[in-house]
Design a binder for this molecule. Sequence first.
Ligand code: CP
Length: 326
Amino acid sequence: MHTQVFVDDPVKIGQNFAGKHIISIRQFDPQSLEILFHKTSTIKRCLQNGEQGEALAGKVITLLFFEPSSRTFSSFSAAIKRLGGQTIEYQNPMQTSSAIKGETLEDTVRVFEGYSDGIVMRHFEEGAPARAAKALSRIPIMNAGDGSGEHPTQALLDMFTLYEKFGRLDHLKGVIAGDLLYGRTVHSLLKGLSFYPGNTFYLLSPKELRLPRELFEEYTKARVTLVEIEKETDIPTDCQVWYWTRVQKERLADPSTYEVLKNRFIVTKKLLKEKGNADMIIMHPLPRVGEIDPAIDTDPRAYYLTHEVPNGMYVRMALLSLVFGK
Ligand code: CP
């Protein structure tokens, strides 16, 4: 398969996903997202009807996860197997691979290029998947989360979930709460929503965890309106979505900061009654560590476990089919 070599400005997807590295949500646009979401809906319907996929038959994909993961690792693994492919699964390579002997990231991915048809990589360093892509000459790599940089496939599943619910990705109003400084899912999601007109998002965070200024400026120059707030009382009552996130403890230099900042904003029945509405949905990329009261889980508006989790596998199946499929 021909692979487009990744350069600093990521290769745009356009209408053709085949053989491309997936590094950033910036590679997408409304046209490529329409293709992906159409494919996702088809795959979801087929799977729910008991049909099996074969798009990855004969392919082996390496899952190389340098940071812990439950959902992203397992949903990629399930997606590959449900498409007839096989996996080499490497979790925690800093403890179990030759990385511990000092092997470079570039050499590590070149080795797996010798064994497999593609790599899905999570890394604790921002920009690591882009670096790895430059070292590869034959196979594509997918970014499964890089430090506090991006999490493009999480944004794709979040956007698909919004699209399924509201039938559009424009003219949405929402709250995004929590750790907007280090939260890579928020960085990718807001960029993706900035492709569409008329979106307004209220950013609720402690001032220490505000969205990085360069991203705030970039997104507001695009098509999304951002309003920073610091109190739940400032949440408008007509939002379509509340997207909550955890404070990224592992990225804070001082653990005592975490104790001060964690769970500043919690979704409770009381808050939903005061500021919610009947038509909204509640999202969270997970894991949650106290930001959403479990009493909310049975509320039909709670989409994190019932919709985002399964959609993660369907969206990744669609993406894998388009990038690696015949
Ligand atoms: N949402 C998400 O990335 O979860 P994991 O860290 O468990 O993969």
